[in-house]
Design a protein around this ligand. Structure first.
Ligand code: SIN
Ligand code: FE2
Length: 206
């Protein structure tokens, strides 16, 4: 059991990535964003744009629009090109913490700028919940909120800093989570400021 959650399979690795590794990953992700520019996905039904800008690397990219809602797509919604490969610098984090024998198929890039935040949600658009979700924080600190597997369960919040890695596996795989807010100016890693979160996921059953 971890200090932040009673759910089995929740693990937080504070400062797992040193400054050099953070810079390597940030540079690799900025290169991905050159090829696959970030966009604002829209909420199902309402079509309201999300405040977090997104892009992806890997075979599948997570996407949402008014008409078809949350889903994975194999091509960038604007350029119509396949997503860039997940950089090796990012894959190595998966291999060190996931405890899962197969490759992740999606690296969702969440770009938080200008007060962007993310409401409480579950990650449940994948076919295989036996694979964990591995989440990497880069740039400004963020207040992360974590609950249980039911929306009504109590939640708590704690800070995620650049270089922290979080794993939602086992019972915690379907834990509700979100970002209350980002603390601007707490890091200089990302050009132009803000926070980048990378969320690695298996999408299909191996
Ligand atoms: C997410 O749940 O997709 C993002 C979480 C985070 O930004 O740390
Ligand atoms: Fe999520």
């Amino acid at each position: 059991m971890d200090a932040y959650s009673s759910l089995d399979g929740f693990r937080l690795f504070p400062g797992l990535l040193d400054a050099a590794r953070q810079r390597r990953i940030a540079a690799d992700i900025l290169a991905v964003l050159e090829a696959a520019p970030d966009y604002h996905a829209a909420m199902p039904k309402t079509g309201r744009p999300m405040s977090v800008a997104m892009s992806n690397a890997g075979r599948f990219g997570w996407y949402s629009d008014r008409e078809q809602g949350y889903r994975y797509i194999e091509r960038h919604p604007v350029t119509d090109r396949p997503w860039p490969a997940i950089p090796d610098s990012v894959l190595s984090v998966w291999w060190s913490v996931a405890g899962y024998d197969h490759l992740p198929e999606c690296c969702l890039i969440n770009l938080y700028r200008d007060g962007a935040k993310m409401g409480l949600h579950q990650d449940r658009d994948e076919a295989d919940f036996s694979a964990p979700v591995v989440s990497i924080s880069l740039g400004d600190d963020a207040l992360f909120r974590l609950g249980g597997t039911a929306r009504r369960d109590p939640t708590r919040s704690f800070k995620l800093a650049s270089g922290d890695v979080l794993v939602l596996g086992g019972a915690a795989r379907l834990a509700y989570h979100g970002i209350d807010r980002v603390l601007p100016g707490t890091s200089r890693l990302i050009p132009g400021g803000g926070r980048i979160n990378l969320t690695l996921r298996r999408v299909t059953r191996p």
